[in-house]
Design a binder for this molecule. Structure first.
Ligand code: GAL
Length: 369
């Protein structure tokens, strides 16, 4: 509650409120919800449904594989589905309905559109299935049972701080000129990331130490529909033409994830400009290489292996008829209830700590040697 309210009030712009209103959670509340199903338990080889969004970043691809293998290893049957690339909302809705029909006991959902799943979550609950929001909160429904995620507000704070640290390392004193990008407005996380980052940046913007060169802080301007790289790249192209063609220096860009960070860097390089400090998220292979090469400044390590493992632990507890482990009962209000959550801590990664951060990651460790 503290963090969300502070950030919202601190930013206080119509733009940020609009972003919040179109899907971000309030991290505030009083009591935990009252999850269904926990006391009952179910068969050890029950069907577990996993409905993931389209593959907009590497973490989603990895999550699907890890759920398929991990649920099998734990003795469950699984039905792991991705929403398609274009008709994502309708795809995901019908996939969830099919899982309910097949008798899934737990349905894990990485929502493609936070606000469009209330009917399906209600149907699941009525059929006796427990619904777990994975990574992205589902909004506007009291029927959601649990949320398992990295603390995504913290992700935004770390991104905002990394942007400042990176700019200060290049130029000790301000003012620094930046541009802001946010994720897809249908993803609840987009507002949470943005609010977290703005909690750090807004006080400096107010003091004039940080200047948003284009003045574009409205969600309609900063949003990246569908988390698509081409949308971020074309917006950056336009910003460079409108605001930086006469030689003004761009010191930093707040990018909510790695896919968009690389698109922004491609745009800047294409315009023949020096690469500014650009933040990211997801520890994507190409971005970790870019960080080691001194281009992208930072990413966030939200280890998908841990997130899937915690979700499967929750499924195991529900199977045994016990209460799953929850470590947060106040931060993520989905508009209808405060959702009992298991939150993991994200880690900021720059060139300075990449080797340590990815030491046990078979895919990323070697890139940092
Ligand atoms: C978010 C997720 C990020 C990133 C983004 C785009 O919801 O938390 O890690 O993957 O989707 O796919």
């Amino acid at each position: 509650m503290r963090k969300f309210l502070t950030s919202t009030l601190a930013v206080g712009t119509a733009a940020l409120l609009a972003l919040s209103a179109c899907g971000s959670s309030e991290r505030e509340g009083d009591t935990a919800g009252n999850p269904s199903g926990a006391a009952k338990g179910f068969a050890k080889d029950a069907l577990i449904g996993v409905a993931l969004p389209s593959k907009t970043s590497e973490n989603w691809v990895l999550a699907g594989d890890l759920f398929t293998n991990g649920l099998k290893e734990a003795g469950f049957k699984s039905d792991v589905q991705y929403a398609g690339a274009s008709t994502t909302v309708a795809d995901q809705q019908s996939q969830i309905t099919a899982m309910i029909t097949k008798g899934a006991k737990v349905i894990v959902i990485g929502a493609t559109d936070a606000a469009q799943l209330g009917t399906q979550v209600k149907q699941a609950k009525e059929a006796g299935a427990v619904v777990v929001a994975y990574d992205r909160l589902i909004t506007g429904t009291a029927d959601l049972d649990y949320y398992v995620a990295f603390d995504n507000f913290k992700v935004g704070q770390l991104q905002g701080q990394a942007l400042l640290d990176g700019m200060k390392a290049k130029k000790a004193t301000g003012p620094w000129t930046i541009e802001l990008f946010s994720g897809s407005p249908d993803d609840n996380n987009s507002g949470v990331f943005f609010n977290g980052a703005m909690e750090v940046l807004k006080p400096l913007i107010d003091k004039g130490e940080v200047v948003v060169g284009s003045g574009q802080t409205d969600v309609k301007q900063t949003a990246t529909q569908g988390w698509k790289a081409e949308n971020a790249q074309s917006r950056m192209d336009s910003l460079l033409t409108s605001t930086y063609s006469s030689g003004k220096t761009l010191d930093g860009v707040l990018s909510p994830n790695d896919t968009l960070a690389r698109a922004i860097i491609t745009s800047v390089k294409g315009a023949g400009k020096p690469v500014p400090v650009v933040t990211g998220q997801d520890s994507e292979v190409e971005s970790v290489k870019s960080i080691m090469a001194g281009e992208q400044y930072s990413t966030i390590n939200k280890d998908t292996r841990k997130l899937v493992a915690e979700t499967i632990n929750m499924v195991k507890a529900l199977q045994a008829g016990t209460d799953p482990t929850i470590n947060d009962t106040k931060s993520y209000n989905n508009g209808s209830k405060v959702v009992p959550s298991y939150l993991l801590a994200p880690v900021i990664v720059t060139k300075a700590n990449a080797a340590q951060a990815y030491a046990d990651d078979p895919k990323l460790g070697p890139l940092t040697k």
